[in-house]
Design a protein around this ligand. Structure first.
Ligand code: FES
Ligand SMILES: [Fe+2]
Length: 437
């Protein structure tokens, strides 16, 4: 039995060693399709990637008020994020110190204390256990010594409202160091809100019958848009009369490696959709035009012309390793996702918007959001279908083994329709999976 296990471990190690094959001279970058189907690889990903990286939990605006809380699953762990009565943010493992029940079954709300529904232990909003039914039967000091308090997550940090957790007690990098160049891109997104940004409405949840890594690839894949989303572009063309045959070079569509597996694609001012925060389209009418010009003028005043141009005119699809997507296009979406199985992924998504924007601007934003980015919009169902087709195609991997991710390998200035952003992801994935840190 043991020798079978060892043999399997050796085999998977051999697969992993050669899972990503890069030949710079030949301009070739290949990923072995077994990376999307092997159970042993998924199990290693849970330990080597999800247990080690900083992972997005939620947005500070979701717990804006003292005593507000949300519960959420991150990398398979039930978590509780709350703001205590003094305004401090906490993230706990949502597990009672007594026998492990979720101390909060609610998804969100406001509470000064959390009472476990099983035997009734009560924790305050800083996780301190302060009431136990029949406490006289407990050993003296057991409650008072703090050992039974709610367990905080090993590391919690926030960047411009984006709250991340890290389950690795020995995490080597602070969130800021981990985000590397991605911090600057999140700053540009957050700069839309002079008074900050907020998550609007609830969480959208959907799933795909495909490996989680396919969604990270897809979320900044400029190459697929014209083909996969042709229905959307036809619709926008017929509705707004705008050109949809965008030349990525003319659109200053570029792609940047941001370090640590993060990357983003960006283009400037020429995409066919309107940006509620700065780019008007005829379909929105004259009144909207005046309002958007006002927004742009105010942003120039607040941030200066150069920064304001970036914030209001440029689109960006941002990949933060391993599984966070922040796309700032016709609206802003935050998206994160986790593998349930090698071929099944659960996705959570939110709309992010400037605090205090006008009702009309918010309306344009949310219409844009559901129209393209939402789970029933023009984009997401198409993408979900394409990723499922990839996964189905991997049934042939004994005969057809390699994914090609070579577009733009020949240039050090990759454009938006190249695949440099995916290569950044895969290089980091490979390092972590081989434990090269
Ligand atoms: S499991 Fe929570 S009080 Fe018993
Ligand atoms: Fe897409």
């Amino acid at each position: 039995m043991n020798s079978v296990v060892t043999e399997a471990a050796h085999e998977i190690r051999a697969v992993l060693e050669n899972a990503v094959v890069e030949d710079k001279a030949a301009g070739s970058f290949k990923v072995n399709r077994r990376a999307f189907v092997e159970q042993a690889i998924l199990e290693l990903e849970r330990r080597a990637v999800f247990d080690r990286c900083w992972l997005y939990l939620g947005h500070a605006s979701e717990v804006a008020k003292p005593t507000s809380f949300i519960t959420r699953s991150v990398a398979g762990r039930a978590l509780l994020m709350n703001r205590d009565r003094h305004g401090a943010l906490h993230v706990f493992h949502n597990a009672c110190s007594h026998r492990g029940a979720l101390v909060s079954r609610e998804r969100s709300g406001a509470r000064r204390a959390f009472q476990c529904p099983y035997h009734g232990w009560v924790y305050d909003d800083r996780g301190v256990l302060f009431d136990v039914p029949g406490r006289e039967a407990m050993a003296p000091g057991l409650i008072e010594d703090g050992s039974m308090n709610l367990k905080p997550v090993a590391h919690v940090a926030e960047h411009r409202g984006f709250v991340f957790v890290n389950f690795d007690p020995h995490a080597r990098l602070s969130l800021k160091e981990y985000l590397a160049g991605a911090a600057d891109v999140l700053d540009i997104v957050a700069d839309q809100g002079g008074d900050g940004m907020e998550v609007v409405g609830g969480m959208q949840e959907y799933s795909l019958a495909a490996n989680w890594k396919l969604l990270q690839e897809n979320s900044a894949d400029g190459y697929h848009a014209a083909v996969t989303h042709s229905t959307y572009f036809d619709y926008v063309h017929s509705r707004d009369g705008v050109r949809t045959d965008i030349d990525p070079v003319a659109a200053r569509g570029r792609c940047y490696d941001l370090g640590n597996g993060h990357a983003y694609t960006t283009s400037h001012g020429t995409m066919p959709w309107g940006r509620p925060y700065g780019r008007w389209i005829p379909g929105w009418g004259e009144e909207a035009k005046a309002e958007i010009e006002r927004i742009v003028a105010q942003t120039i005043e607040r941030l200066g012309p150069e920064r304001a141009a970036l914030v209001t005119q440029a689109d960006r699809n941002t990949l933060i390793f391993p599984n966070l997507v922040v796309n700032d296009l016709m609206a802003v979406t935050i998206r994160t996702f986790y593998p349930v199985r090698t071929d099944y992924t659960e996705v959570s998504a939110w709309a992010l918007a400037p605090i205090g924007e006008s009702a009309s601007s918010r309306d344009r934003r949310l219409r844009n959001f559901v129209e393209f980015l939402g789970p029933a919009g023009f984009a997401t169902p198409d993408d979900v279908e394409m990723l499922a087709l990839c996964q189905q195609g991997y049934s042939n991997l004994d005969s057809v083994q390699w994914n090609d991710i070579s577009r733009g390998m020949h240039t050090d200035q990759p454009i938006k329709t190249d695949e440099a952003q995916m290569r950044a992801f895969w290089r980091r994935w490979h390092e972590l999976m081989l434990a090269k840190r």
